[in-house]
Write a protein that binds this ligand. Structure first.
Ligand SMILES: Nc1nc2c(c(=O)[nH]1)N[C@H]1C(S)=C(S)[C@@H](COP(=O)(O)OP(=O)(O)OC[C@H]3O[C@@H](n4cnc5c(=O)[nH]c(N)nc54)[C@H](O)[C@@H]3O)O[C@H]1N2
Ligand SMILES: Nc1nc2c(c(=O)[nH]1)N[C@H]1C(S)=C(S)[C@@H](COP(=O)(O)OP(=O)(O)OC[C@H]3O[C@@H](n4cnc5c(=O)[nH]c(N)nc54)[C@H](O)[C@@H]3O)O[C@H]1N2
Ligand code: SF4
Ligand SMILES: [Mo]
Length: 913
């Protein structure tokens, strides 16, 4: 259609963590009619200017008849699934008065409660994406003071959690991706990129397929990504660590050393560091620096001695050395035999042969050996490639891990093994290899390379939570105790939301025996936005009860959902197509956003907000004004909180008068100008009108910035691989602290701290957990797993009819995926209504029978089983979350858990096929 009243307006979609992606929206007579690609970004955006299918649902999202379009106040004081909240519409003035009265009463009591935790809590879900829709709300939060982000929504602990923590520890890799445009071989253990990677990943992998790369998908069911891979290996759930240990075994014990990258191992990693009989690094008695073996002078010398060729393998006699154990306990070691970290690895994996793993993983030993060979064959040891004028190693093999491999028990082992595999062939952080995408725990967030600084022992500096006697945080500052229990998560702005967020929920109800920490309080006020823990977490029916117990919940609401059913106040913010915000775009970022540009993109008011929905920036300013916080709020905006660049910088000043309330457009105009001026080094200034017309502002960046290796080399820093002496020590120290307080309920988690992870029966943990609950594992013979959907971004767009319609054409979206032969044995036919039962509950859906899934495995797409969200509640879609327990026993040392549960399945009684 083309009339004088038709326009196309550039904007962005950032509804899932694979974004942001540019798009355009067609508007006819003031009505948004369709979403389209933004081909202006064709040459810069790795997805060639295209958004994914989900963005096409934004028109229906805007005009969804079920939207909350006025502030609402709860009138029923009782909260529960069966209690109608009795929401009644109120004016914005009344809503903001109610909220400011509440906040003022909290301020009067003190922002921190009697247990030392903030009275205000907030949950923003889905991998941090709500930030890109909340305008200047972060500036309001900054002006307010301490806030507890402890109550999670399944994001973090259910995401690629171990990778977040260990990935960032080893190579500043909050998430990890293949260098797809250059790689020749990708071993993907459950990474479901063709469903979850958005247009960037999908375009990159499609191009790589044309180029002839090979992707091997190791996954218990044949996902969309498995279907587009060259090979599918149906592994037994939660045995990936054994599979990878065997690959490492094969690479080290079946192949000659010259198939590995010996120079990389010797010069860029901790492989040559000497390990003593106590399992700790041998250190120089004076400087306490780790020792290496000088292969020419035949003596142990500190690792940073110049002009030394360290020995990679061997055992050596060392006359005098020390080791430094937990709590700085120093051991004097004389005339001992030492070996290298690499040798330790070699000996350690000797037990993990492919034949051994075959039995555990249900993968033939020959397949494991072949994959190890293929990986080595494609590693191109010794080859180089020119990138931006620099000659870099070219190692086109990558290993990636999906969400459920990357969280819960076994995830540490998998992350470690993945990084070891990259290390062995020098494919870590080099072209073609395994790369980190971004940093969250370390700063600066916008530049991964600059987050690397030299630290102790020749490794990167790490900002870990202290475990020493003086500094350990014995009294948690937040309700998930992240600084107390998880050293590796650190204490930066994102750390709390990445802490063991399920503990915050669990400890509200039950605490383990000998808890010995301050009894957790309820937050006086809880803000929730774009998150639905009552659907997205585990044991969701019980979680609901905890949510219902919170005294005052404020939900920024798009529709009713299962969480805000318990809210006291609903505030409708103007959504995707109705409001304005400028955010960063480009650089490198999860999932596979690797750009050769960097800049900012505008989300703009494409159409007038529906009903009384208000721009989030307007809401934030209004709150700041009413709370008398304008000066702090505007100061935070001037500093760049939630925006892109500080409003005042070298050679420019667009800062706002801190004592005035500014309209959203005025604020974003200043942010637009500051950002473009900063990005162009003061060469040009683009205002809001320019962005409204042009959408995004980009500057070229070198592709070299994708790779961390040159920075590590330049700074003379080694990758902390393969031997984890530091983690071993930290674990012991944490144990000492907890035991001094008679806390024993975290002991199992402490077992994860090992220098070289050992295989233990990881799937067996789920069986043991059942026994400990008094259930018989034989009654639950199937593994139930989750998988994500291209059409849905977690549970956020389940109320959009178009997504439902499209997804019905894609396998897995009609119920529970089950192997046809297993179904036949139980008399289940395709489309039958089935109940899937765990020891804590039941979920009902339709059987979707296929061959491409292991006979012992069931899979449910996404997160459904809604009972309040309009439209979705009528779909009768089952959900793993209803029946998977939230369990301390199934929580790993990082605080994460996996979406996996033992279940039984049967036809719903009384129904015939
Ligand atoms: N079974 C299962 N569970 C999972 C996962 C899985 O794959 N399977 N994935 C896990 C992972 S990795 C994550 S990150 C979490 C995510 O889980 P959550 O963080 O809880 O996020 P969502 O499910 O996306 O919840 C989004 C909520 O925001 C609302 N919403 C959508 N758009 C808007 C809007 O414009 N304005 C407002 N105010 N609200 C809006 C939706 O109605 C919905 O209620 O889930 C985890 N849980
Ligand atoms: N379209 C879309 N894209 C998204 C999201 C979304 O909701 N929708 N969410 C975003 C978010 S928040 C995240 S965290 C990422 C997650 O991105 P992915 O990690 O790609 O997510 P999943 O689809 O859950 O893929 C994990 C796969 O691992 C399989 N699996 C389960 N257990 C095992 C096991 O023991 N071994 C092996 N080998 N495989 C196993 C599951 O069946 C599943 O197919 O996606 C992001 N992108
Ligand atoms: S991949 Fe995610 S951010 Fe990108 S267009 Fe799709 S939903 Fe939006
Ligand atoms: Mo996630």
């Amino acid at each position: 259609m083309n009339s004088s009243n038709t326009k196309t307006v550039p904007s962005y979609c950032y509804n899932c963590v694979a974004g942001p992606d540019p798009m355009k929206v067609e508007v006819v007579d003031g009505v948004a009619t369709q979403v389209m690609p933004n081909f202006d970004a064709c040459d810069s955006h790795p997805g060639k200017g295209r958004p994914c299918v989900k963005a096409y649902g934004l028109v229906q999202k805007t005009y969804n008849p079920h939207r909350v379009l006025q502030p609402m106040k709860r009138t029923n004081p009782n909260k529960g699934m069966d209690e109608d909240p009795g929401f009644v519409p109120i004016s914005w003035d009344e809503a903001l008065t109610l909220l400011t009265d509440k906040l003022n009463s909290i301020r009067a009591k003190g922002l921190i409660d009697e247990q030392g935790t903030p009275r205000t809590a907030a949950t923003f879900g889905h991998g941090g994406t709500p930030m890109y829709y909340m305008g200047t709300f972060p500036a309001f939060l900054a002006s307010w003071g301490p806030i507890d982000f402890s109550f999670g929504s399944g994001q973090g602990v259910k995401c690629v959690h171990s990778e977040h923590l260990y990935g960032e520890f080893w190579h500043r890799a909050f998430t990890v991706a293949a260098d797809t445009p250059y790689t020749r071989y990708v071993l993907s253990l459950g990474t479901n990129v063709d469903a979850t990677g958005g247009p960037c990943a999908i375009a990159r992998h499609a191009d790589a397929r044309v180029r002839g790369y090979k992707r091997v998908q190791v996954e218990p069911h044949q996902s969309v990504t498995g279907a587009t891979a060259a090979e599918w290996v149906p592994i037994r759930p939660k045995t990936d660590a054994a599979f990878m240990f065997a690959l490492i075994h094969s690479m080290l014990h079946d192949h000659p050393r010259n198939e590995l990258d010996i120079d990389f191992l010797r010069d860029q990693t901790a492989s040559p560091y000497l390990v003593g009989p106590d399992g700790l690094y041998l250190r120089d008695p004076d400087s306490a620096k780790p020792l290496i073996w000088d292969s020419e002078q035949q003596q142990a010398v500190p690792f940073d001695r110049v002009n030394v060729i360290p020995a990679l393998e061997g055992t050596f006699k060392v006359g005098h050395a020390i080791s430094v154990d937990a709590d700085d306990e120093r051991h004097q070691l004389n005339d001992i035999e030492a070996t290298t970290g690499f040798n330790k690895l070699l000996d350690h994996v000797a037990q993990y042969s492919p034949d051994w793993a075959a039995r555990i993983c249900d993968i033939p030993a020959d397949t494991i050996r072949r994959i190890a060979s293929e990986y080595l064959d494609n590693a191109c040891i010794g080859e180089t490639i020119e990138i931006d004028g620099a000659t870099l190693p070219f190692r086109p093999v990558a290993v990636t891990l999906g969400k459920s491999v990357n969280n819960g028990w076994g995830a540490y082992e998998c992350c470690w093994a993945r990084t070891v595999m990259a290390t062995l062939v020098g494919a870590l952080e080099v072209p073609g290899g395994t790369l980190g995408t971004t940093v969250r725990l370390n700063r600066p967030h916008e530049d991964r390379l600059r987050s690397v600084k030299p630290g102790i022992d020749g490794f990167m500096e790490q900002k870990l939570n202290p475990t020493d006697k003086e500094n350990w945080v014995a009294k948690p500052t937040g309700r998930n105790a992240h600084t107390t229990l998880v050293p590796i998560v650190g204490s930066s702005a994102w750390s709390q939301a990445l802490g063991p967020t399920q503990l915050a929920w669990m400890f509200q109800k039950d605490r383990p025996e000998g808890f010995n920490l301050p009894e957790p309080t309820k937050p006086d006020i809880w803000f929730i936005f774009r998150s639905n823990p009552a659907i997205s977490f585990w044991d969701t029916r019980s979680l609901n009860k905890s949510i219902a117990d919170f005294p005052y919940t404020v939900s920024f609401a798009y529709t009713l959902d299962e969480t805000n059913w318990m809210a006291d106040l609903l505030l409708p913010e103007a959504t995707d197509l109705e409001s304005t915000q400028l955010i960063p775009i480009g650089g490198t970022k999860f999932v596979e956003q690797f750009w050769k540009h960097k800049g900012a993109i505008l989300r703009q008011k494409v159409v007038e907000p529906q009903g009384e929905a208000k721009d989030f920036t307007w809401i934030s300013t209004e709150l700041a004004k009413r709370m008398d916080l304008l000066d702090k709020y505007n100061t935070a905006i001037n500093r760049g909180a939630g925006g892109v660049a500080p409003l005042r910088g070298e050679g420019y000043d667009f800062s706002l008068d801190i004592n005035k309330a500014h309209q959203p457009d005025e604020i974003w105009d200043a942010v637009c100008k500051a950002t473009s001026t900063e990005l162009s080094n003061n060469e040009e200034t683009k205002d809001l009108d320019w962005y409204k017309e042009n959408g995004l502002y980009l500057k070229p960046i070198p592709q070299k910035s994708w790779y961390l290796y040159p920075t590590m080399k330049e700074l003379g820093i080694r990758f902390e691989m393969p031997y984890q002496e530091r983690l071993l020590r930290i674990g012991k120290e944490l144990g000492n602290r907890l035991h001094e307080k008679d806390i024993a309920w975290w002991d199992e988690q402490l077992s994860e701290y090992s220098a070289l992870p050992e295989w233990h029966d990881i799937p067996g943990r789920w069986e043991t957990a059942l026994k400990n609950e008094g259930a018989d594992p034989d009654d639950y013979p199937f593994w139930l797993l989750a998988t994500k959907s291209m059409q849905y971004h977690t549970g956020a767009n389940v109320s959009i009819q178009l997504m439902r319609e499209v997804s019905q054409n894609v396998r897995g979206h009609t119920g529970v995926i089950m192997n046809s032969n297993s179904a036949a044995k139980l008399g289940i036919a395709n489309g039958d209504r089935v109940e899937i039962r765990s020891n804590i509950g039941v979920t009902i859906g339709r059987a979707e029978l296929i061959q491409g899934v292991r006979p012992d495995t069931l899979v449910i797409v996404g997160q459904f089983d809604h009972w309040a969200t309009p439209y979705a509640k009528d779909l009768e879609m089952p959900s793993l979350n209803t029946i998977a327990p939230m369990s301390l026993e199934l929580t790993d040392a990082t605080g994460s858990g996996a979406d996996i549960v033992r279940v039984a399945i049967s036809k719903v009684k009384g129904e015939t096929s």
